[in-house]
Design a protein around this ligand. Sequence first.
Ligand SMILES: [Cu+2]
Length: 114
Amino acid sequence: MTKALLATVVVLAVTVACGGSGSSDCTSGNAIKFTGTLTVKNFAFSPSCFSVASGATISVANSDPRSHNFTVKGTDVAVVVLPGETGKATAPGPGTYDFVCTIHPGMKGTMIVT
Ligand SMILES: [Cu+2]
């Protein structure tokens, strides 16, 4: 009985975490497990849908000849990355977050922090 109740609570928690304000169809089911580096190339983030552990270091490598930034909505994460350089950010607390380059609003993605 107690285990069944716990399982129900976990399912509800996961549903709420993934049904938040994320604007994309990035979910825990299709997010790529993050490997440490977020690449910026040709005005796009890769991967643009990933899962990462809270507190993990996110290296943002800019392969473009233009400056970009990695800004996570709803957090204080905002890292400027100059051409050819790599910036570092720390994954915030658990939740689903949209991120964007505020210089080029078309550059965006979603990360699921666990
Ligand atoms: Cu940019």
